[in-house]
Design a protein around this ligand. Structure first.
Ligand code: ADE
Length: 245
């Protein structure tokens, strides 16, 4: 899968995405990440990419021309116009479902804004998806784009070496993941749950399922309302279909 990130800070993006699992997946050819510097496309003799907002107000606005030309050069190279995401607190909130959906794309373009915003006309020309990573405001779209690249990448086949770990995790079926333990059996005076050492896989699965439900009920009751629970589980854990938890 190919990610193209239009940004004024390509080094920031390259650095962060070259480490760890994403870096290894790129080396192994499962991903390709290209950070494009919008400033390379300015026609201004001082390399300027922003200007004062029409109508007044604080801050600067990124101009349409360098963004559109960077996008145009990129889509010419790709040979089509892929889904293009603008990172903005005004967008739809990013979710695991959207990460999965986007992982089916061959190419994805991200546009990272800065200053007080981007000239609306550039957005109208190129953007297909407006996405926010949460209800808070960042100084720019780069961190949000990196969050999305990370979450989408790990859904791409081959990126996670343990294939199972992409599916048995938090948000699957709207449940949080169960707690994990490893050696030593006793640490800091606390034992690991004995059932996990029993070798009885049915019992282990049942324990993990219970822990997932209890955790979700405690920390994310909003999710539990949407979770895939059996009628029996709903009764045992007090989940009411009509009124929620
Ligand atoms: N840019 C600034 N804040 C953002 C947010 N919360 N999500 C996505 N992009 C942003």
């Amino acid at each position: 899968m190919n990610f193209y990130i239009l940004t004024l800070f390509p080094e920031m993006v390259r650095q962060a995405l070259s480490a760890s699992i994403i870096g290894r997946a790129e080396e192994n050819g499962f991903l390709h990440i290209d950070a494009v510097n919008i400033r390379d496309y300015t026609k201004d003799k001082h390399q300027k990419v922003d200007d004062y907002p029409y109508g007044g107000g604080a801050g600067m606005v990124m101009q349409a021309q360098p963004i559109y030309d960077a996008y145009h050069a990129l889509t010419e190279k790709i040979g089509r116009r892929p889904r293009t995401v603008y990172l903005t607190p005004q967008g739809h909130t990013f979710t695991q479902d959207l990460a999965k959906e986007m992982s089916l794309e061959e190419d994805l373009i991200f546009l990272c804004g800065h200053y007080e915003g981007v000239d609306e006309r550039a957005l109208e020309e190129i953007v297909t998806d407006y996405v926010s990573i949460g209800d808070y405001v960042l100084t720019g779209g780069e961190l949000a784009a990196m969050v999305m690249v990370d979450a989408v990448s790990r859904m791409v086949p081959g990126v996670l070496t343990n294939e199972a770990s992409g599916s048995m995790e938090s948000f699957e079926g709207n449940l949080l993941e169960y707690p994990q333990y490893t050696r030593p059996f006793v640490w800091n005076g606390k034992e690991a749950p004995k059932v996990l050492l029993s070798g009885n896989h049915q019992k282990i699965e049942a324990w993990r399922r219970e822990q997932s439900i209890l955790r979700t009920k405690r920390y994310r009751p909003d999710l539990l309302k949407k979770a895939d629970l059996t009628i029996r589980e709903k009764a045992v854990y007090g989940v009411n279909d009509k009124k929620g938890v």
